[in-house]
Write a protein that binds this ligand. Structure first.
Ligand code: DAK
Length: 296
């Protein structure tokens, strides 16, 4: 399906009444066999579009994700005018976010092919973590196995009441292969992550909220997207480089020792002082006016 995003783009659009386009040009984010991209009001919605297989992450989906997130990365700079200020990742069809890695394809993979498959998706998840804009996984329906791991690479997860999460790999004689053994313990703690991975148990949205796997649960799919867009709109009112540096700092410090993490934070803090937006933000405070960020 052809991506719809350029048609939805209107450079005069605002978020919460603020012009967040910063004189950006419309980025060429490419076209994809298995993804739909829709850029509106500075928010890019990326939809995995294989509803016939509950959006399972086939090798083609992984290749498309790599290409798409590389293109998005190139658009998330002040040189490009920050045309993309936030990303929502989701799945098509209303039944699943992503039901996992593609079991049909995996069933005939040899260990080398499986390893390449796992590493390609690792690369995609690292790209998402490096993206200097926030990425929200909007989960409506199943987020299982590789689908849960894909969501875990996003900055945070919002879920509808219909969401279901789990790492059911052990039911298939597999282990998590797209980052779940690293990111699930980071998100929910070692004990709950072990229990979920060893049992392959599925949990609903309310249980995921209690665990801290998701940030918010919304009653419907519509409310889910409204909430995700509202949060990204709120963040788009801030200095984009500062948001990017904060993300870089948190991602870079995660899993490190306190001393190493503080080094990462110190570097991001120093970098913030090289931006015009930092001068504008602090000056505006002292002048008792609202800051106008140029995205530089
Ligand atoms: N892969 C491929 N096709 C899938 C799929 C999947 N993960 N999930 C569903 N489908 C397909 C079904 O085969 C079915 O196709 P047709 O039979 O119609 O052709 C269609 O989607 C609709 O699914 P169902 O008919 O099963 O729908 P139901 O409502 O009855 O059930 C369900 C929904 C989500 C409960 C069920 O589909 C299900 O249990 N799906 C599998 C969920 C799962 O186990 N996910 C985890 C996959 S394992 C590694 C790399 C990666 C991984 C591991 C290792 N290495 C590098 C080592 C990752 C592993 C995983 O993610």
């Amino acid at each position: 399906m052809e991506p719809r995003w350029p048609l939805a783009w209107d450079p005069d659009h605002t978020i919460n009444g603020e012009d967040v386009t910063m004189n950006s040009t419309i980025p060429d984010l490419g076209s994809y066999q298995t993804l739909e991209l829709d850029l509106a009001d500075g928010v890019l919605t990326l939809t995995v579009n294989r509803p016939e297989a509950l959006n399972a992450l086939s090798q083609q989906v992984v290749a498309d994700l790599w290409k798409a997130f590389t293109a998005i990365q190139d658009s998330c700079t002040h040189d490009a005018g920050w045309p993309v200020r936030g990303v929502i990742v989701t799945g098509a069809g209303g039944k699943a976010f992503v039901a996992g890695a593609d079991i049909r394809e995996m069933s005939s993979m040899d260990p080398e092919a499986a390893s390449g498959y796992g590493r390609s998706m690792h690369a995609v998840t690292l790209l998402i973590e490096k993206l200097p804009v926030p990425v929200i996984a909007a989960v409506d329906g199943f987020a299982l196995g590789g689908g849960c791991e894909f969501a875990l690479a996003c900055d945070f997860i919002y879920a509808s009441e219909a969401a279901q999460f789990g790492q059911p790999e052990v039911n298939l004689g597999l282990v998590p292969g797209f980052g779940g053994s690293v990111r699930l313990p980071q998100r929910v703690g070692l004990g709950p992550a072990r229990e979920l991975i060893y049992t392959g148990r599925r949990i609903d949205a309310a249980a995921a909220l209690r665990l801290g796997l998701v940030n918010r649960v919304l009653p419907t799919r519509e409310a889910l997207f409204d909430a995700a867009r509202a949060t990204l709109g709120e963040i788009a009112g801030k200095a984009p480089a500062a948001v990017g540096l904060a993300k870089q700092s948190i991602t870079g410090a995660t899993g490190r020792s306190t001393a190493k993490g503080l080094e990462v934070e110190a570097e991001a803090f120093r970098e913030a002082f090289t931006t015009e937006d930092m001068r504008e933000g602090t000056t505006a405070f002292l002048e008792k006016r609202k800051a106008v960020f140029a995205g530089k």
